[in-house]
Each structure stands twice: as C-alpha cells, then as structure tokens.
Design a protein around this ligand. Structure first.
Ligand code: CP3
Length: 356
C-alpha cells in the first residue's frame, strides 16, 4: 500500500494539529456532478455499487475535481437489505423501495442469515480497488447505516416522515425490535470490519434519522445496538465517525455510544455542541448544504463563521451538515474547499505569529 501523502483528515480525527482544516462533503460523489450523471445514463445505481471498477471511478470523481482531503466509498447504506432478503429497488425518482418490509414480529425471524464476505464481498473489492487507485493521495472512509436508520427502512418499506411505523413496532414489539436491532448490529460490525480489512482508513456510521427519537427512547431502544458496532471498531484503532441529523438532543449519548468523531448538523451551533461534548472528541460539520446554493458572499461568510467559531482547535473536520443537494453547482463546492484551506491556513499562521 502506498503511504498517505495527505493525512490531514486522519490527524484531525485523532485531534492532532494540522496545517489546514481537512474538508470533505457528505454525498460528495453523486448527482450534482456531470461526470456521475454521465455514468448514470448507462448504469443503474445498484449496478454501480456492485461493480468495483464503477464504484471506484465514482469515488474518485470528487478527488479529481474538488481536491478534498478524504474519499468516501461509493456504496449505499441499504446494500445489506438485499442479502437480508427483504428486496431492494431504487425506483426512478422515488428513492428506495423495500418489497417485503418487516411489519410483524414473525417477519424478523424470517430475515436471512448471511455471510458478509460472500454476499457483500463486492464492497470489500471496491475498497481494495479504490485504495489502489488513490495511491496514497487521500485516506478512504468506509461506511454503513446504523441499526436504527437501516431498521427504519426495513420497517417503513422506503423513505418515511415521522417514522410512525418504526416507532410503533419499537413500542409494541420490544423483543422483536431488540432481535432486529441485534441482527443489524452484528452484520453492520462484520461489514465495517471487512471494509477496514480491505483498506478503509476510517469509517462513518450513518444514523441519519435517529434524531426523530426522544433521548430516553434513544438510550433504551438504540444506544446499546449502536455501541455494539462502534466500540469494537474504535478498538481497532480506526477513527469512527458517528453521524445523524436533528440530533441536538442526543449528541452526548451518540458520543458515549463509542464515536471518536461526532458528525454535527447545521441546526446546532458547532462550537457550543463541541464544548458540551468535551474536548476529548473530534467533530465534523456543519455547513447547511442549502447554503451552497446561495450567492458566494453568503457561502463564504457561512464557511468563515464555522472556522472562526472553532478557532483552529485541533479535531475539526469541515463538512456539510447533511448531503450535498443535486442542484448544487460543482464550482461552489470546489471554491469552499479552497476557502477552507486558505482561511484555516492563515488562521494557524496568525496563531503562530501571536505565540512568538
Ligand atoms: O459521496 C457519497 O456520499 C456517496 C455514497 C453514498 C450514497 N448513499 C450513494 C447514493 C452514501 C454515503 C449514501 C448514504 C445513504 N443512503 C444514506 C445516509 C446519508 C444521508 O444522506 O443521510 C441514506 C439515508 C441512504 C438511502 C438512500 N439512497 C436514499 C434515501 C436514496 C434516494 C434519495 C436520493 O438521495 O436520491 C438513495 C440513493 C442514492 N444513494 C444516491 C446516491 C448517489 C442517489 C443517486 C442516484 O439515484 O443515482
């Protein structure tokens, strides 16, 4: 394996000093990029995910185009649903569709047991190929969906608002819920371990929709299962980013579930969130992705404000608070990368001058 030439991202995850603040973007590969759209005209989403050469090509598109400090594996949090046997399709424009959702306790026991290396081995192959093609330019982030967010798709049958079905299942069938969550936790841990073995330098656990729960429900119904994924991974020594949206009320719990980096969305003040989490954890965030559609004066002010608020404290990874929207201009994203580098580099320079 080639030695990493740019390790800013990994250093920041470990809360070490860096020359500039590392930056990457949630959904940095995808529909806002003409290169991705071109590939999508001839291949379906799942086909790209299942073909290591295509997954590698898409993963590298933002590395070539944006000069970001980390790559993220091109895959989807719902890939494990296929071998689980619930049926997965991405319908044109409608998002994911699960053919046989879990609606009753007995459905949980009908889920297929599967071996990650056999049934999701193509993701390990993608990781190996991406690491080879990156050739040490930047680190690679692997990822998976967290048990709650994946369970919500399994139960709702697709994207949902309010998560009424998921929560009712949780309240009405607590034992079946615990069995479902333990199953998902076990397979997610195996899946992420496979990615790390294949060469991923860090992993991110997406619990995108967990902010819909009360803090008490999070602690009772979700936290033990997230911990079962996060703690063994952190013990391997890789940075483990734990991300969700609308999580202002549960950030402390998400952190104590075993995260070494906490993803923060834009609905909370980054500095205040970090102060309340404590300085012995790194943070990632938290530009509102809609800002990237605004005039440059607003984009640059919002970017500077985030950098100002954390004042160069080691352990900040700049990112958006949720995925880049399809209508985002690519040049604006590239300009944000340049601005983060200039501003954070200059800020470190001023800090050093003040020390002298
Ligand atoms: O750079 C990257 O981040 C790309 C890799 C990636 C994808 N999905 C590819 C994808 C990642 C990290 C994901 C994570 C993911 N997938 C999440 C968690 C992140 C988040 O946004 O909260 C979730 C909830 C999913 C499930 C999912 N996949 C939905 C709901 C949809 C349809 C809605 C949508 O955004 O289109 C997808 C499809 C999907 N996954 C696309 C991409 C690039 C859309 C592009 C396409 O259809 O070609």
């Amino acid at each position: 394996m080639s030695p990493l030439r740019n390790d800013r991202f990994l250093r920041a995850c470990r809360r070490e000093k860096t020359d500039t603040t590392p930056v990457w973007f949630l959904r940095q590969a995808g529909r806002y990029m003409p290169e991705y759209q071109a590939l999508r005209r001839s291949h379906r989403l799942l086909e790209i995910c299942r073909t290591p050469a295509l997954a590698a090509e898409v993963t590298l598109q933002p590395i070539e185009r944006l000069d970001v400090d980390a790559a993220i594996l091109f895959a989807d949090i719902l890939l494990p649903l296929e071998p689980l046997g619930v049926g997965l399709e991405f319908a044109q424009g409608d998002g994911p569709q699960i053919e046989r959702p879990v609606r009753a306790a007995a459905d949980v026991d009908r889920l297929r047991d599967f071996d990650v290396a056999t049934d999701l081995g193509y993701v390990g192959e993608s990781v190996e190929r991406i690491v080879r093609e990156l050739a040490g330019r930047v680190p690679l982030i692997g990822f998976a969906g967290a048990p709650f967010t994946v369970a919500s798709y399994v139960i709702e049958g697709g994207s949902a608002k309010g998560f009424v079905r998921t929560k009712r299942f949780m309240y009405e069938e607590p034992e079946a819920w615990a069995r479902l969550m333990s199953r998902l936790a076990r397979l997610t841990l195996d899946y992420l371990r496979m990615q790390v073995t294949a060469g991923a330098d860090a992993v991110q656990l997406f619990d995108s929709w967990v902010g819909n729960l009360s803090p008490a429900d999070y602690r009772r119904f979700v936290m033990p299962h997230s911990r079962a994924v996060l703690e063994p991974l952190a013990a391997l020594g890789v940075p483990v980013i734990h991300f969700g949206t609308q999580t202002g009320g549960i950030l402390g719990d998400m952190r104590s579930a075993g995260a070494t980096v906490v993803g923060i969305d834009w609905r909370v003040d980054l500095r205040a969130a970090w102060d309340s989490l404590g300085q012995d954890v790194a943070v990632q965030g938290n530009l509102d992705p809609v800002t990237l559609l605004a005039p440059w004066a607003s984009v640059s002010e919002a970017t500077r404000e985030i950098l100002r608020s954390v004042a160069g404290r080691p352990g900040h990874v700049f990112n958006v608070g949720h995925g880049i929207l399809p209508e985002t201009p690519v040049e604006v994203v590239a300009d944000v990368v340049r601005l983060v580098r200039e501003e954070s580099g200059a800020r470190r320079g001023r800090g050093r001058a003040a020390e002298r």
